[in-house]
Design a protein around this ligand. Structure first.
Ligand SMILES: O=C(O)c1cc2cc(O)c(O)cc2[nH]1
Length: 235
């Protein structure tokens, strides 16, 4: 039987009625956008950092990376959507979904490391909260392990790889316009090409008719030469 401090596990997905913004789960597109945030972390290396991949995947920023105190996304949004046991920091590991959510969150981090071939120089060396500087041990793990040691892809660090089909990228408005313009130009070029081929084949046909005309006129010319010359005497 699964129990928390307060009794059996409780969930009330989307029951966070006082917070409409957390009554939905993250969307695949949110993951796509989060993976486009190139910089690992930005000052103050905290939950109000903007354009920080770390703060975005954690879910304190919008999926685009822009910090907004009213927003909860990705990891945090999933916790808050679950509500109950899964929505409270001190209890959430008691909810079995915790393992699934955190494994997926780690898979997003792993994909980010792989995609940008990230090296540790992007990890804050100093001024991050306690336990979060590059060479500090990660709290509360035992035996001690530094952030540097964990800033490695899963196959190198853990000996396994995540099998995830990352959602495809949706096109932006400007990309859609560019694609439409290029498609229209290609269409015009194709119409022009077909039309000029048709015109050329017609004129080739006309040229093919030309010898017949020439023969025709030649025959008239020969007939004309055979006619008696009215100026010549028939005597
Ligand atoms: O308010 C949040 O963003 C929030 C709630 C919550 C609960 C939890 O168990 C976590 O691990 C993270 C978290 N973030």
């Amino acid at each position: 039987k699964l129990c928390t401090e307060g009794g059996p596990i409780r969930r009330n997905p989307a029951g966070n009625v006082g917070r409409p913004a957390v009554q939905r789960l993250p969307e695949p597109q949110d993951v796509t956008q989060c993976l486009e945030v190139r910089v690992f972390d930005t000052p103050p290396f905290y939950s109000n950092s903007t354009d920080s991949f770390r703060n975005t995947v954690e879910g304190y920023s919008a999926p685009t990376g822009k910090y907004d105190p009213a927003v909860r996304s990705l990891h945090n949004l999933a916790h808050l959507f679950l509500n109950g046991t899964g929505g409270q920091t001190h209890l959430s590991p008691n909810d079995p979904i915790f393992v699934l959510l955190h494994t997926f969150t780690d898979a997003v981090f792993d994909e980010w490391l792989r995609r940008y071939n990230a090296d540790i120089s992007t990890f804050p060396l100093e001024n991050a909260p306690i336990g979060h500087n590059r060479q500090y041990n990660m709290v509360p793990f035992w035996p001690p392990v530094t952030n540097t040691e964990m800033f490695v892809t899963a196959p190198d660090n853990l000996g396994y790889a995540y099998e995830v089909q990352w959602p495809g990228q949706e096109f932006t408005v400007s990309e859609i316009i560019t694609i439409a313009v290029v498609a229209a130009l290609l269409l015009v070029a194709a119409i022009f090409g077909v039309a000029s081929c048709l015109i050329r084949s017609r004129s080739t046909k006309n040229e093919a008719n030309q010898p017949l005309l020439t023969d025709h006129y030649q025959r008239y010319a020969e007939d004309y030469e055979e006619l008696p010359n009215p100026n010549h005497s028939m005597v």
